[in-house]
Design a protein around this ligand. Structure first.
Ligand code: OGA
Ligand code: MN
Length: 224
């Protein structure tokens, strides 16, 4: 019988992080976003980073904008490459396990009804950016909560590549987040505009979205 990558994980590798999850829930309730430096469990951050080193450039495809059939690649809006996480690697499984724990916790605390999760690795090469955008438009998408985890050791102030959140439409300067290893940003997908400033170094992250169930009589929403 073939072993799933998940069966190979030591028990202690994806801890629950109850304090962190509690802080995220409180921040989301209060202000719609939560920024947490050094938040990823070290085993998880290292596992994802090591997995990245084993991936080849061919596994990353230029990211598109828009939904499904309407997707287009637009180098004026975003310039990054992505690779979806499907749970085939041990590190990918570990990430999905940990985000599932976050999902269960937030559903219990905030009654968000989060139902499924999708995520990808992203690579912004030097000069890469993503212009100011929302991850979802109200009523048009079922993306509710965005999560970004950064995988860049020794990030320096002049490396650029910051995430800037604009939680209030009239807060022009925004909230700036350096994409340093272990930092976790969580924000409401339909409410918080954000952008990625041009990076001067290769910049790696995992971005993910929790969705609510949008099944209809005609189409079942896959629970992944
Ligand atoms: C995205 C995004 C932010 C980041 O992928 O939609 O906004 O900091 N990413 O990588
Ligand atoms: Mn985004």
């Amino acid at each position: 019988m073939a072993l799933a990558a998940q069966d190979l994980l030591p028990d202690n590798i994806a801890p629950c992080s109850p304090q962190l999850f509690g802080r995220i829930a409180g921040d989301l309730r209060e202000k719609g976003y939560s920024i947490n430096p050094c938040a990823l469990p070290p085993g998880l951050a290292d596992g994802l980073l090591q997995h990245l080193h084993t991936m080849s450039a061919q596994q990353f495809a230029p990211a598109a904008i828009g939904r499904e059939q309407d997707q287009v690649i637009n180098g004026f809006v975003r310039k990054d490459n992505i690779c979806w996480i499907t749970g085939e690697s041990a590190a990918g499984c570990q990430w999905l396990e940990w985000t599932h724990k976050l999902q269960v916790f937030l559903n219990r605390e905030l009654f968000l009804g989060l139902f499924s999760f999708e995520s990808h690795f992203a690579h912004y090469p030097p000069g890469g950016f993503y212009r100011r955008h929302l991850d979802a438009f109200r009523g048009e998408s079922n993306r509710i909560l965005s999560v970004v985890a950064y995988l860049n050791p020794y990030w320096q102030a002049d490396d650029g590549g910051e995430l800037v959140l604009y939680p209030e439409p009239d807060c022009p300067r925004g909230i700036t987040v350096a994409p340093a290893l272990g930092t976790l940003a969580v924000f409401l997908s339909e409410e918080v505009e954000h952008e990625v400033l041009a990076t001067r170094r290769d910049r790696f992250s995992v971005a993910g979205w929790f969705r609510v169930n949008s099944s209809t009589a005609e189409r079942a929403d896959p629970p992944t």
